[in-house]
Design a protein around this ligand. Structure first.
Ligand SMILES: Nc1ncnc2c1ncn2[C@@H]1O[C@H](COP(=O)(O)OP(=O)(O)OP(=O)(O)O)[C@@H](O)[C@H]1O
Ligand SMILES: [Mg+2]
Length: 319
């Protein structure tokens, strides 16, 4: 026995004795083992979590802004158009702002597998900034209030939490309206998904990212003008037959995509049967729409708003 071993052996300080034993085994820097043999349940859970974390933190491919949010979102109606990207390995890339508004910002987004061409979608994100008040909040949200009073109070007090809830309710309402109308065959963008305050919608525009113009921006010739008017009234008819009015119809909430009129911006869609002011909502949509067409030179004999309103009221079963 060498001298220092003998000394260790006789050392009556326990921690020094442990250290000496470790030194003899040649692994002073290694932690003491916490287990032997097979993995304990706790250890298995810990390792699985480590692996999971490593998985979720896998690096986004260059240029991408996030992984596809498809998995966590509410999905649009079936049958799903074949251009909808459902792969979980897809990424979303923000290509810029299409329009910022009072209540929402609309971005152009590309979703696709890394390296692929992907699909363009419009991302409408409802805002919940402190200084913004939905001009549509007052009347429209009545009757849609959540039952839970804590959430009602938060919304009434406009706390950050409450504002976010309001914004999310608008997103939920618009997604439901679009899903219902798309299923009926109405000219609306296909609602791809909703996640919190964000909607992803079919992008109405060209492959190079140019968005379809709003009706307010187009200068149609007389024949196109008539055609657009009849497309608009057909859409109103379809809504009315479902007991609905758009509620905020204008030349800014209609897009013209390759000659086809598409209705957008539907969070405040009004149930004209349940709402005591239902007929007035129908009348206002007709007035706003016809006003723009008259301004562009379409004759009042063509628009015949009195007859149109009577038709919508009857389609909605209100007389
Ligand atoms: N699916 C879409 N495809 C292409 N462009 C779109 C689409 N949805 C919205 N946009 C563009 O974004 C603008 C704003 O959309 P929308 O009207 O739904 O939001 P908003 O918050 O009500 O905006 P605003 O306050 O201007 O009315 C539209 O006028 C249109 O130019
Ligand atoms: Mg709008």
């Amino acid at each position: 026995m060498r001298q220092h071993d003998f000394e260790d052996f006789h050392d009556d300080n326990p921690s020094r004795r442990r250290e000496a034993r470790s030194r003899r085994r040649g692994r002073l820097d290694e932690p003491e083992p916490t287990r032997r043999g097979r993995l304990t349940e706790g250890e298995r859970v810990r390792l699985a979590k480590l692996r999971d974390d490593a998985y979720t933190e896998r690096q986004l491919p260059d240029g991408a802004d996030r992984w596809s949010t498809w998995d966590d979102a509410e999905h649009g109606p079936l049958p799903r158009p074949d251009w909808v990207v459902t792969e979980l390995a897809a990424v979303d890339t923000d290509l810029g702002v299409l329009k910022t508004g009072k209540e929402a910002d609309v971005h152009l987004l590309r979703r696709g597998l890394p390296g692929g061409t992907g699909t363009l979608v419009a991302a409408k994100r409802y805002r919940s900034d402190e200084h913004k008040l939905f001009h549509r909040d007052a009347g429209y949200l009545e009757g849609r209030r959540m039952r839970r009073s804590r959430e009602n109070r938060a919304m009434a007090q406009r706390s950050a939490f409450g504002r976010n809830l309001i914004a999310e309710q608008w997103a939920v309402a618009e997604f439901a309206a679009l899903s219902r109308l798309w299923t009926l065959g109405a000219p609306v963008p296909y609602p791809v998904q909703r996640n919190g305050t964000e909607l992803l919608l079919e992008f109405l525009g060209e492959d190079d990212g140019t968005a379809a113009p709003r009706l307010a921006q187009v200068r149609p010739d007389p024949e196109q003008l008539r055609d657009l008017w009849f497309q608009a009234t057909a859409a109103l008819d379809l809504l009315a037959a479902e007991g609905l009015a758009h509620g905020d119809l204008s030349a800014y909430n209609l897009l013209v995509h390759r000659g086809r009129l598409v209705v957008i911006d539907l969070p405040q869609v009004v149930d004209v049967v349940a709402n005591p002011g239902g007929v007035e909502f129908l009348a206002r949509d007709v007035r706003n729409l016809a006003g723009w067409f008259h301004g562009r030179g379409l004759g009042e004999d063509v628009t015949n708003t009195g007859e149109l309103l009577a038709e919508l009221v009857s389609a909605a079963g209100l007389e």
